[in-house]
Design a protein around this ligand. Sequence first.
Ligand code: NDP
Length: 314
Amino acid sequence: MEKVIIIGSGPSGFTAANYTARANLSPLLFEGFTAGGIPGGQLMITNLIENFPGFPEGIQGPQLMMNMREQAQKHGTRLITEDVVEVNLKTYPFTVKSMSDETYSAETLIISTGATAKRLPLESEKKLWGKGISACATCDGGLPVFRNKELAVIGGGDTAVEEALHLTQFASKVYLIHRRDELRASKVMQRRVLTHPKVQIVWNKVVEEFLGEQQLTGLKLKDTVTGESVELPVVGAFEAIGHVPNTAFINGQLELDDLGYIVTKKGSTVTSVEGVFAAGDVQDHLFRQAVTAAGTGCMAAVEAEKWLQERAGI
Ligand code: NDP
């Protein structure tokens, strides 16, 4: 039986791993495979991170995650590169079933499975997915098919703005399509995108249809104020419309909020089930930063360690 199983390999999971490994709890960490994206979490599809402390010149997202992974292993974390498909929190010790049908039991669980990018629910989106439509400009924006072409990003948050700016390196022009007349992104990001000569903001528009048969050729946009439709010829469209928390495998065994995020006790990572802790974006739809995820990963590790000690009467 394991003392601690950590599910998820973003900044929260690896930070929880560092702390529990250094507390001699020999954590076992499921780093995922396909569920929730790719192992390493959302920073694996980000480029330069300028606000993670300790890197005055910034650091590439995948590099930061490789560093965290290496550090966790160095301290004794054991990794399993599989998705967790099921947990049983109703009996103790808890059990965790992986995609290869193996079952593991643990005294405490730290859930840090993050959140996944949302997609537009359109038939044409499904048809042309991967044929000009993507949810990750950082991963796909540099492909030859998009070079020196007109591209679009959908959304008005920090991700959308970051992706639009990233695409300006390759595209001849980037349209940022937003459903309102004001961006949600932070002021500094807004300033960058509003003044960028290659970016045109298309205000008050939603995508009604993705156009094209074998490959994306354009977007049919609907004006959210007038209701009028217009077509915009682009060969690439990148969706950046937010995230959903990766909680399906929990199957109703923990209290979740209206948006599906795990509810934690204020100021802690304690969940509705004693001995189960949640850290990172899976329990935070407010801050959603690498550094806050890492912070709650640390909290979860400390709380799990304390809980184990109390149970053992130490
Ligand atoms: P957000 O939820 O902040 O933004 C989503 C955007 O998509 C909003 O502008 C929203 O519009 C729009 N949207 C949502 N659903 C639809 C839809 N169905 N059709 C059209 N548009 C839609 O998500 P982000 O991923 O941008 O950011 C998540 C968090 O991560 C934020 O806290 C952000 O600050 C942070 N972040 C920080 C970065 C950094 O510091 N470098 C980089 C990236 C993200 P509306 O505004 O009208 O709701």
